[in-house]
Design a protein around this ligand. Structure first.
Ligand SMILES: C[S@@+](CC[C@H](N)C(=O)[O-])C[C@H]1O[C@@H](n2cnc3c(N)ncnc32)[C@H](O)[C@@H]1O
Length: 305
């Protein structure tokens, strides 16, 4: 039976993460995507006073929320604004060489989606920004107005499996000749028109026609796949023998990257893979927390050198 709490800031797959990561008292845990602190507060309970929790996030606004949520937990907590692709540098700034657990819950948080001025969602009108890390220089507006048509089409197809990528890219490149595309609503309307649906009609269907375009752009702005590949590449260097890495992916492109990395590490005898198939949410959690519906958790254990 799944004991998930109600929706809100409930982290996805809470029991599965807790059980598979098997955090013990005194461990050092890296929550590489601390977000709103949901998984961190859960894992902190198992760490006790001798444990250490390191929370990373590129988004300073989410770090502030996590900081409040983690006030008063028992283990020592260090929250750092940083990219998990720079795990080595971030750990050495804390004089830590190896850790026992690394967790990454990928993608965008509900707060980011809900802040209209950050441009992550077509449901709010706002500037086409989409940077999780405000220090990044390139925004979604830059990409939409700068990409060559072929590059745009490839990004839509490879990042989000948008099968109408060519039509959408063509339409965007046509419209931007008249002037820069600047807002989420403008882009959503262009995507709808490229598919011959009006924005009004699209609201009635379950999945908005611009969903994949927005996902692909967000992934490109935030370099989500390259960052994930780097984290996977370096993680074994920072895990103690017996330590565990858990990655929660939300779409097939991410999940495939994790699957292939774990498979390769297994053949190199670096990891034992603890999840033959990705772990998904039970029915109760799916009903209570819609974000959990596409979550896929894979966990591996570091073997000795
Ligand atoms: C889905 S949320 C995490 C939610 C969190 N597990 C919780 O329970 O509250 C993903 C978070 O990862 C952050 N993020 C995305 N890519 C990152 C990266 N490369 N390095 C660090 N943080 C990243 C986002 O800013 C976001 O806050």
């Amino acid at each position: 039976m799944c004991e998930s709490e109600s929706i809100g800031h409930t982290p996805v797959l809470p029991e599965e993460v807790r059980d598979l990561l098997a955090v013990s008292e005194g461990d050092i845990v890296v929550d590489a995507t601390v977000g709103l602190g949901g998984h961190s507060s859960l894992l902190a309970k198992a760490l006790g006073a001798s444990g250490r929790l390191i929370g990373l996030d590129v988004d300073p606004l989410n770090l502030d929320i996590a900081r409040k949520r983690l006030e008063g937990v028992t283990p020592r907590v260090d929250l750092l604004q940083g990219n998990f692709a720079e795990l080595g540098e971030l750990l050495s700034s804390l004089e830590i060489a190896k850790v026992d657990v690394i967790l990454a819950d990928l993608g965008v948080s509900s707060t980011q989606l809900d802040q209209g001025d950050r441009g992550f969602s077509f449901r709010h009108d706002g500037p086409l920004d989409m940077r999780m890390d405000p220090r990044l220089e390139v925004t979604a507006e830059d990409l939409v107005n700068r990409w060559k048509e072929d590059d745009m089409s490839s990004a839509l197809y490879y990042n989000a499996q948008e099968f109408r990528s060519r039509k959408i890219a063509k339409r965007i490149c046509h419209v931007r000749r008249e002037g820069r595309i600047k807002t989420t609503k403008e882009l959503a309307a262009i995507v709808c028109r490229s598919m011959g649906v009006s924005d009004g009609n699209s609201r009635r269907s379950k999945i908005h026609p611009a969903t994949k375009t927005f996902q692909a752009l967000r992934m490109a702005v935030n370099q989500e796949i390259p960052n994930l590949e780097t984290l996977l590449e370096i993680a074994p260097n920072f895990l103690n023998p017996g330590g565990r890495i858990g990655i929660i992916a939300f779409h097939s492109v991410e999940d495939k990257v994790v699957k292939l990395d774990f498979r390769k590490r297994k053949s190199e005898e670096v990891y034992q893979v603890l999840t033959k198939k990705p772990v998904t949410a039970c029915e109760d959690e799916r009903l209570a927390n819609p974000r959990s519906r596409s979550a896929k958790l894979r966990v591996a254990k570091r073997l000795s050198d």
